[in-house]
Ligand binder design. Structure first.
Ligand SMILES: N[C@@H](CCC(=O)N[C@@H](CS)C(=O)NCC(=O)O)C(=O)O
Length: 210
């Protein structure tokens, strides 16, 4: 598998964690999102992903983008270890958390969104930070409350196994720290973060500039 990757992309970070957990060997191809106006906009990358975003995987010539679609694909093609619970309700709960992060939090704080706030609406750096923190707070508040209602051990979002929910949560926490968002109000989320970051497959996926 080839992974078109940017070290700081939280969507790509999700895929790196899943590839590691499923023990799939992969080669990364770095697409720098800022250099030269963003390498994701180059004509050559557009033929790989017309949406001009990271991540994309190439599995034997099959190109696939959208991190959640990639996670589902890896789950189906490499079912062991499973990254979803056994029950239908468990799977739906895990996807629910994964989607709060990837559908409702991340897009509002994505690079393109922030650049638009600056370019079209003249937002200052402090406006951007306020915007960023606003959406992080709404999302993390919801997840922290939701975690109290789910059957779970302390270490993971659901049950006693790592799942798509943790795979989406850990990169979003990394991003929150990067943008100086205080995580003090989220004891359950912090416990999950600490535990996941002690796992080798998560450590190997940590953002590293290449
Ligand atoms: N929903 C997509 C989001 C992908 C995405 O927005 N990736 C960001 C990096 S985390 C990106 O490539 N941004 C480039 C840009 O905004 O120009 C996914 O989950 O894969």
């Amino acid at each position: 598998v080839k992974l078109y990757d940017y070290y700081r992309s939280t969507a790509a970070y999700r895929v790196r964690i899943a590839l590691n957990l499923k023990k799939i060997t992969y080669e990364t191809i770095a697409i720098h999102l800022l250099n030269q106006g963003g390498e994701q906009h180059s004509l050559s990358y557009q033929t790989i992903n017309p949406q001009k975003r990271i991540p994309t995987i190439d599995d034997n010539g099959q190109l696939l983008s959208q991190s959640l679609a990639i996670l589902e694909y890896l789950e189906e093609t490499h079912p062991t270890p499973s990254l979803l619970p056994i029950t239908a309700i468990g799977r739906a709960q895990v996807r629910r958390i994964a989607m709060i992060i990837s559908c409702d939090m991340h897009p509002l704080n994505n690079l393109g969104t922030l650049q638009t706030l600056t370019k079209i609406f003249n937002a200052s750096e402090s406006d951007i930070q306020q915007w960023y923190h606003h959406w992080l707070k709404i999302g993390f508040d919801a997840i922290e409350a939701l975690l109290s209602t789910l059957p779970r051990q302390k270490e993971f979002c659901f049950g006693s196994q790592v799942s798509f929910a943790d795979i989406c949560l850990i990169p979003q926490i990394y991003n929150a720290y990067r943008f100086k968002f205080a995580m003090d109000d989220y004891p359950q989320i912090n416990t999950i973060n600490q535990h996941c970051l002690s796992i080798e497959e998560f450590q190997k996926a940590l953002p590293k500039e290449s």
